[in-house]
Write a protein that binds this ligand. Structure first.
Ligand SMILES: *Cc1c(COP(=O)(O)O)cnc(C)c1O
Length: 407
């Protein structure tokens, strides 16, 4: 969509009503080099990456979020989450398209039934912004994953036909890119199913476009309680006054707000940053829920940390901050989420970490060997068990040529 009048990067200073118009922010998202260049002084690497990643993975940044980027520091934690880098097209031997085998766990389009009592339902492929490390890089922004109303209906019918499903997580994409009327319809249809107890939304909009959390939206959510929201703050720089106000509106509508962070190298992979993030969230009355080990998504190797690094951060925080400021550090696997604690993690076999999963099966996660100078946590060295489930190295590597059409 062509922007009628591009938003001036100096506008946020005024925090005018126009600046806070979420639809205008969506229409004026930053998605070309020239506009991005008005927010930050682009490096040669970033310019090259904008060209090299074209057609591979969408990028789009709301003016609100773009204005949080440091114009002079390419390593700014906001900028690194959103602006392509040449690292993304570097050879990546383990990165795959769908490491959690979500497609295999989808009985109907975009509905992932991998736990007996709950489903994740990807109700849209759209996001306001496109995180460079996205778990669902395979689908976001892709026309094949867009959901027509009839396809949503199929998902709703599946849930209605499965009385064991008591918890429905709406995700995507970002479900709050739907308009209020559509969300009202969708939540109402799910709420009408007697065995559905809890509705949850996974959304990054409180972080990347807090103005989307309007009183009108909150009134819709409130109609369908119990509705929970999990959002996705990764760095203390994201804890702005505007974000806090968006969270406050949700809380006042009776919606509990949790947070899921992804552990990202160079962004939040140290104890001081993680402590500041978690304590800042608690000040905003947001409960840290999960800290995710970064997935083996193609083109994201530069974001991945050693699992020992995450375990060391959790050890550094344990006992040193409010108990409920601590998230649970987990790795998602095709056999479910695995807590990254020594009761599940058995040891390291070279460049794999071996763990039990809640379903009993063992899993070997390809994972970078920790740097020599680093972690306070060392895993026992073990042999890779024969025939263990893992992601085959080199298989299904994500490459520009392999990207579906239309991105
Ligand atoms: C993470 C996830 C859920 C929700 O899991 P909780 O641990 O209850 O938050 C549900 N379905 C799928 C497929 C998931 O990956």
């Amino acid at each position: 969509m062509k922007a009628p009048s591009p938003i001036d990067p100096n506008e946020p200073l005024a925090r005018s009503p126009q600046w806070r118009d979420w639809r205008r922010q969506m229409r004026n998202r930053v998605h070309d080099e020239e506009t991005l260049g008005r927010y930050v002084r682009l490096t040669d690497d970033e310019r090259a990456a904008l060209a090299a990643t074209k057609g591979v993975f969408r990028w789009n940044i709301t003016p609100y979020y773009a204005a949080l980027m440091d114009p002079d520091d390419p390593d700014c934690p906001i900028r690194r989450q959103m602006t392509p880098r040449m690292d993304e097209v570097a050879p990546d031997i383990v990165g795959v398209v769908d490491p959690l085998e979500e497609v295999a766990h989808s009985p109907v389009k975009n509905l992932i039934h991998n736990y007996p009592d709950r489903v994740a339902f990807c109700v849209t492929a759209e996001c306001a912004i496109y995180c460079r490390y996205c778990l669902r890089k395979r689908m976001v922004g892709d026309a094949d994953f867009m959901m027509r109303k009839a396809e949503l209906r199929e998902g709703i019918d599946y849930i209605a036909a499965h009385p064991e499903i008591r918890d429905v997580l709406l995700t995507g994409g970002d479900p709050l890119t739907h308009n209020d009327a559509h969300l009202d319809w969708l939540l109402g249809a799910l709420r009408a199913i007697p065995h559905v107890e809890v509705l949850r939304l996974g959304t990054r909009l409180p972080v990347t476009l807090p103005y989307r959390i309007t009183p009108e939206l909150c009134a819709v959510l409130e109609k369908h309680h119990p509705v929970w929201v999990n959002t996705h703050f990764n760095h203390p720089k994201e804890l702005t006054e505007d974000a806090a106000e968006a969270v406050d509106r949700l809380l006042r509508a009776g919606v509990p707000v949790g947070n899921q962070t992804v552990l990202l190298r160079g962004i939040n992979d140290d104890a001081a940053t993680m402590k500041a993030l978690c304590e800042g969230l608690v000040r905003m009355r947001v409960r840290p829920y999960y800290l995710y080990q970064a997935q083996l998504i193609g083109g994201t190797a530069h974001f991945r940390t050693a699992i020992e690094t995450g375990m060391a951060i959790m050890e550094a925080l344990q006992g040193r901050t409010t108990g409920f400021a601590l998230p649970k550090y987990v790795l998602d696997t095709p056999f479910g989420k695995v807590p990254m604690t020594r009761s599940y993690v058995l040891g390291r076999a070279g460049d794999h970490v071996v763990m039990r999963t809640p379903r009993g099966r063992l899993w070997a996660e390809p994972n970078p060997v920790p740097p020599g100078d680093a972690p306070a946590v060392t895993l026992p060295a073990i042999a890779l068990p024969e025939g263990i489930a893992t992601i085959p190295t080199g298989a299904r590597a994500f490459a520009p040529e392999a990207a579906p059409e239309g991105r």
